[in-house]
Ligand binder design. Structure first.
Ligand code: URP
Ligand code: ZN
Ligand code: ZN
Length: 455
């Protein structure tokens, strides 16, 4: 044995039990009791929980966006991931007009080869079909393990928006080749109209970011995406769901038997639109924005009843000076917030406080994302799978502050958040990469996760 984790309480989506885990060559070799310890590194996890590493299936690392580039590189973003118990990071490279998707992915893979501190995968954002060339390329991408693609109904002036016909073609093609389409759903025309009116009236504080894309603007996008997916009989994954009406439409579609998956993010579970009235409201500007209390309550309820399938972060931080560009004009604030290091600790602390079970957190943050996105080696503590393991101390108190995070940003929306319970160790394929507040891994350790398609 290379590593033995003993005396801990193992958490799976369905079970909580006492057992030891033995690791050989980065894989879980056995789960049981009384393994021979000679030569192995032995970790005593008494009074600790032993969890599968989380998958953060929604991040934007080093992404050119909002007139700048998001603050975390592939190195710092995956370093922070390791320190928050995330052992697989999915990034969203954005194809620009005329660009090949395979070329783009290879470029990102090359960067990750030397920078990634934990394992990584890509969903590719498609903005242009290049006269149909991309539809052909998608099949090759699936063969190479890129089995999901994203579209935006928004970001028109950034050249990222797709129209309904493009979205429909992508849904049909994805169905044909065993891929999955992810959608950012909001209504772009309503956003533009609202912005125009607010600007004319001199209403430019961050509160108007929320009011330009309130509940009904997101709900229309959600319902439109669901409508096309249902009628074209294609699977659909809705990213960063934040509104009650759209959520209910997705839950209804699921009930009718359609393959619709719903992701939400910790920021929508923790904050409401009230944050945009704060002095530092611009730091919370992301799209879709945080919504009202009713939506937040609906999201928590859906977590318990199965309406939400995954939690991911939409990690896309910007520096304070960049957020300040929009001090007097919300349309100049780069959209996005940090979260990669906070997701698992936040959800686990919620479980520790009795808001949901630890098993449910493992399902939402690890096993469901692994299943939905075809990561066969990830998402559970099972013999034969990668030894991506988090040791969690349910008694450790931790207060989030930017200086103890492991990203490259200079502020966080999670500043001051008190968590009871915190990860104390993260193993990536059996290698210790985080311990007691310190990153102890190495850039370049992370490997590309070749995913399996849905056929
Ligand atoms: O505000 C956000 N969410 N920025 C990142 C891009 C996106 O829409 O996911
Ligand atoms: Zn988005
Ligand atoms: Zn995003």
């Amino acid at each position: 044995m290379d590593l033995i984790i003993k005396n801990g309480t193992i958490i799976s989506p369905t079970e909580t039990y006492q057992a030891d885990i033995a690791v050989i060559d980065g894989k879980i070799a056995a789960i049981g009791k009384g393994f021979p310890e000679d030569g192995a590194t032995v970790v005593d996890a008494k009074a600790k929980l032993v969890l599968p590493g989380a998958l953060d299936v929604h991040t934007h690392l080093a992404m050119p966006f909002g007139g700048t580039v998001s603050a975390d590189s592939y190195l710092s973003g995956t370093r922070a991931a390791a320190c928050g118990g995330v052992t697989t990071v999915f990034d969203y490279p954005v194809q620009r007009k005329g660009m090949s998707i395979l070329g783009l992915i290879n470029e990102k893979k090359n960067i990750c080869e030397s920078e990634a501190c934990v394992d990584y995968a890509f969903h590719c954002c498609i903005t242009d079909l290049n006269d149909g060339e991309i539809l052909a390329e998608m099949e090759k991408a699936v063969e190479e393990g890129i089995t999901s693609f994203k579209c935006f109904f928004v970001y028109k002036k950034e050249g990222m928006m797709v129209d309904d016909a493009t979205f429909a073609r992508l849904l049909l093609r994805a169905k044909e080749i065993g891929a999955l389409i992810n959608i950012h759903a909001e209504n772009p025309d309503l956003i533009d109209l609202n912005i125009e009116q607010f600007k004319k009236a001199g209403k430019t504080s961050p509160w108007y970011h929320y009011l330009s894309r309130p509940e009904y603007v997101e709900a229309e996008g959600d319902k439109r995406a669901i409508h096309w997916a249902k009628n074209l009989e294609a699977p659909l994954y809705i990213v960063h769901m934040a509104d009650k009406e759209g959520l209910e439409a997705a839950m209804e579609a699921k009930k009718e038997g359609h393959e619709v998956y719903v992701e939400t993010c910790p920021q929508y579970l923790e904050f409401t639109s009230e944050v945009y009235k704060r002095e530092d409201g611009r730091n919370f500007v992301c799209s879709p924005p945080m919504k009202g209390q009713e939506s937040q309550d609906a999201l928590w309820k859906a977590i318990k009843t199965g309406g939400i399938d995954t939690i991911a972060t939409d990690h896309c931080p910007f520096q304070s000076y960049e957020k300040d560009w929009g001090k007097d004009d919300f349309t100049k604030i780069p959209n996005g917030c940090a979260g990669i290091e906070n997701m698992y600790p936040y959800m686990l602390a919620a479980a520790n406080a009795g808001k949901l079970s630890f098993n449910k957190v493992v399902e939402l943050c690890s096993s469901n994302p692994a299943k939905i996105f075809g990561c066969a080696q990830k998402g559970s503590l099972t013999v034969g799978k990668d030894a991506d393991i988090v040791i969690y101390d349910p008694e450790k108190d931790f207060t989030v502050t930017v200086s103890t995070m492991h990203s490259d940003y200079d502020h966080t929306i999670w500043e001051g958040k008190q968590l009871h319970g915190y990860p104390v160790m993260t193993f990536s394929r059996g290698k210790l990469v985080y311990q007691d507040g310190e990153f102890v891994g190495e850039p370049g350790w992370g490997k590309f996760v070749k995913r399996v398609g849905r056929k």
